[in-house]
Design a protein around this ligand. Structure first.
Ligand code: NAD
Length: 482
């Protein structure tokens, strides 16, 4: 069942590779073939208690390690990730489906996150405040918040765990990570890098199994002092409810429904090229993926024509194969979602400009043809439900105000995009979009040094940048009488 590589397939708890205490395992499936390629343990309550104890004692020792030493360990993890790009990318493609080149790029992004947080570990500053009296000095110090419980989805199997583990380590926290059921071994490879980089036993733990049981169990424990989750809105709500009992701070990254506004002053073909390639990255399974295109009516025909041509040139196939642009969807749920969203739109009058079905050449695998829909309106689910699939609806607008109103019409507020050459339009649109992040003439936003996150149903808190790092620390005020 195992691939040729020696990929870790047990949980990593307290510095040891362990099976579930009752021996239960769950299958890992290749979305391109639907074959079972491996299995990982299903953690029991006993295993989770062991992880909690490991994280508790891990934090006691790691919080005492000086910032420069923590920084060196965090940097080493990034180096090991880069060295192992090949094996990590192949494992990721086998579990998740994305093309190998995309998977390798993601490993680079994960390594960048460790690099950046290695620097940031040395920049955790307090301050001294004069205060109202010369007899006193008021000090603020920043300390690590404590053991973290982190939950990551399957769309970015190495990047998202890295965006939680790197700041936790840099700040002096320990962490228990529960990766997605679809992509556990990629996260276990990261645990291996952490171990080899010198992270002490118990500081990073990775458990696998049933997400609802694991989050309920971990969040009920007094040991956990912070929670970070990347998921859908319903899962975020459930985690928040579980965290509420123990008043635990939660960082919630819950996806979006990002609008793209294409104004009349741009070259429609050039904008369409950027938009079409960006939209189908990772098969549209990206929280900041462009979900709705609003194009000025004057250039809509030219934009759509070029967009469809680019989409039709994308090669769909097994992510392992050379030259593939778009792999399978990562699980059967996303394939069903794509079919259902397109059927709903078509029933309400949408026009399928290309795609709209599974590619007939694949007998197995969760493949869906990159799809473009025209003649869309707000009655269609695709215009307000997070699609997370390779379907691009294109609508039009006639004025700036109409574009902004349409863009802000969903409950989400993660990212928004503006295509224009006019500085005033760019600024005003960026300011008026109800989102946490804006890309101008650009669909790629994430990088380690910026605050990534949303507003409204897209969640709160930020990952990356000093804002993200700050949430792994707490401020302590000390009043000193001289
Ligand atoms: P989901 O929200 O059901 O699951 C996402 C992840 O959360 C999974 O990996 C799962 O392990 C974990 N999870 C599930 N229940 C949990 C719980 N009670 N506690 C802690 N973690 C839990 O999503 P899905 O079915 O895999 O995908 C459906 C939708 O989720 C997508 O359409 C998309 O809207 C959203 N999603 C968002 C992101 C993102 O980057 N924000 C990533 C993946 C999925």
């Amino acid at each position: 069942m195992q691939t040729d590589e020696k990929i870790p397939r047990e949980m990593y708890i307290g510095g040891e590779w362990v099976a579930a205490s009752d021996g239960n395992r769950m299958d890992v499936i290749d979305p391109a073939t639907e074959e079972v390629i491996d299995s990982v343990p299903v953690a029991t309550a006993e295993d989770l208690d062991r992880a909690l104890e490991a994280a508790r004692s891990g934090w006691q020792s790691w919080r005492e390690v000086d910032a420069w030493s923590r920084s060196a360990v965090v940097r080493k993890i990034g180096e090991l990730l880069r060295e192992r790009t090949d094996v990590i990318a192949r494992t990721m493609t086998a579990e998740q489906g994305k093309p190998l080149a995309e998977a390798a790029g993601e490993v680079g992004g994960a390594a960048d996150s460790f690099d950046w947080h290695a620097d940031e570990a040395r920049r955790i500053y307090g301050r001294i405040i004069d205060g109202p009296s010369r007899d006193h000095r008021l000090l603020v110090i920043r300390q690590s918040i404590g053991p973290v419980a982190a939950f990551t989805p399957w769309n970015f199997p190495i990047l998202l765990p890295s965006r939680k583990i790197a700041p936790a380590l840099a700040a002096g926290c320990s962490i228990i990570l529960k990766p997605a059921e679809e992509t556990p071994r990629t996260a276990l490879l990261l645990a291996e890098c952490c171990a080899e980089a010198g992270v002490p036993a118990g500081v990073v733990n990775v458990v696998t199994g049933n997400p609802a049981e694991i989050s309920r169990h971990l969040l009920a424990s007094d040991t956990i002092r912070k929670v970070s989750v990347t998921s859908s809105v319903p899962v975020g709500r459930e985690v928040l409810r579980n965290a509420a009992e123990g008043i635990k701070p939660v960082t919630l990254e819950l996806g979006g429904h990002s609008p793209v506004l294409v104004f009349a002053d741009v070259d429609p073909a050039a904008a369409a090229e950027v938009c079409a390639r960006g939209k189908f990255r990772n098969n549209g399974q990206v929280c900041i993926a462009a979900s709705r295109f609003y194009v000025h009516e004057k250039i809509a025909a030219a934009f759509t024509e070029r967009f469809v041509a680019v989409v039709e040139s994308l090669r769909v196939g097994n992510g392992r194969d050379e030259g593939v642009d778009v792999g399978p969807l990562s699980n059967a749920r996303r394939l069903e979602a794509a079919e259902s969203l397109v059927a709903d739109a078509v029933a309400k009058g949408a026009e399928v400009k290309t795609g709209g079905c599974r590619p007939p050449e694949f007998e197995r695998g969760f493949f869906y043809r990159p799809t473009v829909l025209g003649n869309v309106d707000t009655s269609m689910r695709i215009m307000s439900e997070e699609p997370f699939c390779p379907v691009a609806p294109i609508a039009t607008f006639a004025s700036f105000d109409e574009a902004i109103e349409k863009a802000n019409s969903t409950e989400f507020g993660l990212a928004g995009y503006v295509f224009t050459n006019d500085t005033k339009t760019a600024f005003l649109a960026a300011e008026q979009l109800d989102v946490g992040m804006v890309g101008v003439n650009e669909l790629v936003l994430a990088t380690a040094d910026v605050p990534f996150g949303g507003i409204k149903l897209s969640g709160y808190g930020r990952e990356g940048g000093s804002e993200g790092m700050g949430s792994y620390t707490v401020a302590k005020y000390i009043k000193l009488k001289l």
